[in-house]
Design a protein around this ligand. Structure first.
Ligand code: NAD
Length: 443
């Protein structure tokens, strides 16, 4: 496994758990040292236990020694980052570096599996790079990863589907054997051509991004039209063609995948001379949505004009990770919200169960970090909920109330019952919900 991040570690641990001998390689020595010392560099439910179990069984090991990792594998996975470059295109330098290494240390036939998310045609490049370095036979497979951070282990163990792009029966047989333990309950392995597999990953993420921007746009319109997005979602989601999933209004999508994958596909389209009007709009809606909550706060509290419209406002932020159950803050909308609040003069004190350390790397001392959720709202004029961690869903409201200076709640994920909060003496602002009224009151 080349690359021991979210995808590499989860894939490596799950493959070890099904009896394979896995060596995870990384260029980050601190990460490997931590893993060798029994630590796990990321938070992902169930992962630490699985790694510990398989280390004890001798089925998983960690190294910075590329040669050792590559020579070890009959199957070599590429699970390195493909971040967004300045042009919006996927930066493939890590993938190409991994390909160079694989070619250099290739000692027998291997199946090389690209698990990183890469634009259509990358497999040809990777194959060419390896070919230049070795005379050994090898096959290249595209095996895009669809796991969700926060549920990554469960997703890998019971995937909706496994996609394998391959032009070799031999490699396909190896992949079937590898994934067979995870596909026992009729989850399909979808064997397709390599380019379609590469495209499928982008199409999937871009579709999910489209759903989010769609519901956010409808939600914003609900606010103007006097309708309630929760009721609208309930009504439309019952249609099986639409469904309820990924139709939650909020503060915009973020994370390590959706934003960069949308940009990368737009870039691919541009280089191929294709217009993607829909996807461009998805991206634009998302970028505006990240500050929609701040605009509500300015409407409510912005007493003055100019750059410091929220001067003197104390804000307690709950949640920094881009979604619950992860410590990942890459492209998290919460960072944009926090930065914008600071720019407007607000004093921000944040709490996140897992992501504080990562957020600190980005936000530094521009905000304060609280040791627990109640500490974050001490003396606050506004509580701003950004990530729907379970522990935020049913707070001790009296405790929150006595800690706060003013009792105004901005619920960026619509996790609270507006009636309940109002009954407890809070002023409630959600996303696309009937402002200041309950459903019953408007009938
Ligand atoms: P990550 O940043 O968490 O981990 C990547 C690791 O690769 C890092 O530890 C880095 O040090 C290491 N690395 C970089 N270059 C290397 C090299 N040449 N040799 C060895 N190690 C190297 O990234 P991630 O979130 O695991 O994502 C990896 C790929 O999987 C990306 O293409 C991403 O788009 C895709 N993906 C991610 C997710 C997700 O939820 N995170 C889901 C599906 C697909």
């Amino acid at each position: 496994m080349i690359g021991s991040g979210y995808v590499g570690l989860v894939t490596g641990a799950c493959l070890a758990d099904s009896g394979n001998e896995v060596v995870c390689v990384d260029i980050d020595k601190a990460k490997i040292d931590l893993l060798l010392a029994g630590g796990v560099p990321i938070f992902e439910p169930g992962l630490a236990e699985m790694i510990a179990r398989n280390r004890a069984n001798g089925l998983i090991d960690f190294t910075t020694d590329k040669r050792r990792g590559i020579e070890h594998g009959d199957v070599v996975f590429i699970a390195v980052p493909t971040p967004m470059s300045d042009s919006g295109a996927a930066d493939l330098s890590h993938v190409y570096a991994a390909a160079e290494d694989i070619g250099t240390y290739m000692d027998r036939y291997k199946v090389v599996v690209d698990k990183s998310t890469v634009p259509v045609g990358t497999a040809d490049e990777v194959r060419a790079i390896i070919r230049k370095k070795t005379r050994h036979d090898f096959d290249l497979v595209s095996n895009p990863e669809f796991l969700k951070q926060g549920k990554a282990v469960a997703d890998f163990m019971q995937p909706d589907r496994v996609v394998v792009g391959s032009d070799s029966q031999r490699a396909l047989d190896v992949m079937r054997e590898l994934y067979e333990p995870f596909l026992r309950t009729f989850h399909p392995l979808i064997a397709i051509d390599i380019r379609s597999a590469e495209m499928a990953k982008y199409a999937a993420n871009c579709f999910l991004a489209t759903k989010i921007s769609f519901i956010n746009e409808i939600s914003n319109l609900c606010e103007k039209a006097g309708a309630d997005i929760s009721a609208v979602r309930e009504a439309i989601g019952a249609d099986k063609r639409i469904g309820y999933e990924f139709l939650f209004p909020g503060i915009g999508y973020g994370g390590s995948c959706l934003p960069k994958d949308v940009q990368a596909l737009l870039h691919t389209a541009e280089t191929l001379g294709a217009d993607m009007h829909l996807l461009s709009a998805v991206e634009q809606v998302n970028s505006e949505q990240k500050t929609a909550l701040v605009s509500k706060m300015v409407d409510r509290f912005g007493s003055r004009s100019g750059a410091k419209r929220l001067e003197g406002l104390h804000v307690g932020l709950w949640g920094l990770s881009f979604k619950p159950q992860t410590d990942d803050v890459r492209a998290a909308p919460s960072l944009v919200v926090a930065q914008r609040l600071v720019e407007l003069g607000a004093r921000v004190r944040a709490y996140d169960p897992e992501a504080t350390k990562q957020a600190k790397n980005v936000l530094g001392n521009s905000i304060e970090y609280a040791g627990n959720m109640y500490d974050a709202v001490e003396g606050a004029d506004a509580l701003v909920l950004l990530t729907e961690w379970k522990q935020f869903q049913r707070p001790a409201l009296q405790h929150v109330k006595s800690a706060m200076r003013q009792h105004v709640v901005f619920d960026g994920r619509n996790i609270y019952d507006p009636d309940r909060l109002r009954a407890d003496g809070f002023e409630y602002h959600g996303m696309g919900r009937l402002r200041g009224r309950t459903m019953e009151e408007t009938e």
